[in-house]
Design a protein around this ligand. Sequence first.
Ligand code: G6P
Length: 368
Amino acid sequence: DAADRGPYRHYMLKEIFEQPLALANTLEGRISEGHVLESFLGPKAGELLAKVERVQIAACGTSAHAGMVARYWIEEIARVPCAVDLASEFRYRDPVIEAGTLFITISQSGETADTLEALRHAKTKKIAASIVICNAPESSLVRESDIALMTHAGPERSVASTKAFTTQLMALALVTLLLARRRGLTAEKEKHYVKSLLSASAKVEQVLKQDDVLKKLAERLIHKQHALFLGRGTMFPVALEGALKLKEISYIHAEAYAAGELKHGPLALVDEHMPVIAVAPRDELLEKVKSNLQEVRARGGELIVFADQDAGFQNGPGVTVIGMPHADELIDPMIYTIPLQLLAYHVAVLKGTDVDQPRNLAKSVTVE
Ligand code: G6P
């Protein structure tokens, strides 16, 4: 076992550092000359995708967060209506599943009971096709879906999912571009997006170099009881994922909110004991996020902000800014997840928890 971990103390850290390679592997053989190849989805793909009018995503845990990011992409870039559900809710709420639905499940293991049952339920309706985004080739979800899109992340051993998540995002970005092309995405735009996907590995590599900075930052969280994560747009699910990582392995109570919801409740919790962690790349929402953050500062909350190095955020009393590499908006979710994984990891190590096997949790939940 120790040999498998190589120089790393835990599988989680090894898997975090494998992400540049895993992301490159997920793209391998699937793009050519600025173009996403539809053929990698198999011979039936063209015919099935032609029938798609809307998308329904179902998944659990970290995989559900990947689905939430994809919803922003699928609607904004492909202009296809998209809904996302937790699989455990979807299967019991008697959802309306219309003809023309592309049903996407996302699962690292391919064996999560609720996700599998959600697929089985959807297949009783007249859906256009089912796709699973999965990391386990021999799994039930792969067997039972029309199309399997493998993430090629390699085996993930740590219970807290890391490289599975970012490679799911990469796979979902490819699906988004295929759908978008059928809805009139120009070759020029597609080329731009493909270029940005190709740059993801190197950007992630750059962020991994900040490991020591995050280790230092982790010291500030170990005695906290709670933490609040904020983000807007695709950064909202990234914030959810950051909060999930922290609570899973460090046992600190962490919650994530869409930054615009701050004043509708969580602001009441903010005082000097509540660290607030914001993911705020340079995008059109930046100014709004800035004003949310002022509200936090005004109440004495300690702020940690992950922002584009050119975004104009300044370090100051109670405000720590961690500069992130400038990247295309499409790949921001892959990049901004990395420091949140590292932060959770170092907090857990400092607290002495069982990082790879957190209490009460399983890698794959195959029973209800
Ligand atoms: C468990 C794991 C999580 C994972 C979730 C969904 O709760 O601990 O890390 O995100 O299951 O698993 P899946 O294999 O379907 O992605």
